[in-house]
Ligand binder design. Sequence first.
Ligand code: PEP
Ligand code: MN
Length: 346
Amino acid sequence: MLIVMKSDATPAQVDEVCRQIELLGLRPVPIPGGGRTAIGITGNDRAVDPGPFVGLEGVRDAIPVSAPYKLVSREWRPNDTVVTLPNGTRIGGGAVCVMGGPCSIESDAQIHAAAAFVAEAGATVLRGGAFKPRTSPYAFQGLGEEGLRMLREAGRAHDLATVSEAMDIAGAELVAEYVDIVQVGARNMHSFGLLRALGSIGKPILLKRGPASTIEEWLLAAEYILDAGNSEVILCERGIRGFDPATRNVLDLAAIPVAKSLTHLPVIADPSHGTGRRDAILPMSRAAVAAGADGLIIEAHPHPDQARSDGKQSLYPAQFHQAVLEVRQVARALGRDLAGEAVNAG
Ligand code: PEP
Ligand code: MN
């Protein structure tokens, strides 16, 4: 339920609405927003009766929120959430943010080389995993904290923001000390304890869609993080399980406009994990931007053939350069810019 106040409602009338909500044992959430004062109600597990609220002074309307998620919904907040990173990169609200880098941080030299070509191509966020969710316990698990240190240094050297995955609550606190965005991997989308802990981590969260999760389940996972106090969540479509081994996953491009219609949160796409194929990354990058994605996260490596993880779905430096070039062209054809390149501003 969303209580929309009249434009001339007084602070005392707003307080009274909040008090009435609390009397029902529920939580009032004042909603920031352009031209209206609204108060959302959370904490209810069934529909709230609008009756008592429409009669209160200063109340214009009581709107039932039809979706099971609230804080992430467009009904709750019509305007796009924009996440701004320390290097000025904006995610959401129109521009296309490109993130690139290796699946795993492997050495100082590797991540510095990656940072150099990622920045040179015009991307503004460097990715690299230090804690890797591997299917086999015998596969490379990542360099841990040492890797995070390397990632931070490489990012600083090239004015790139950074993103890296955390797999558990203790790991999230550590990762948050080093990077600008904490990633929740697809396999952890349903780790509710982790999602709750990210509410107070103090950094934006990149929330990947679970490989077998519906859009509604994905938005509810984001709702956990917002409900716990962190409103800076970036959703990432990274492919869902299909039946055809020709691609590793099925990059669900339709999920981009659908999710964006349902939520104000930015939605980006991961064509590397979404396809598992180097040759499909560029076409799917173009397509994702054409479908309205707020950004891309692309695996790219100085020497993909030597990568310790996901080399087959990592671009060579020259291919990454080409991908950014073409993504920029698609964005501009649609009246958009790459994040950090405000050509169409004003
Ligand atoms: C990754 O980003 O390297 C990764 C493991 O992604 P996902 O969780 O989408 O599989
Ligand atoms: Mn990977």
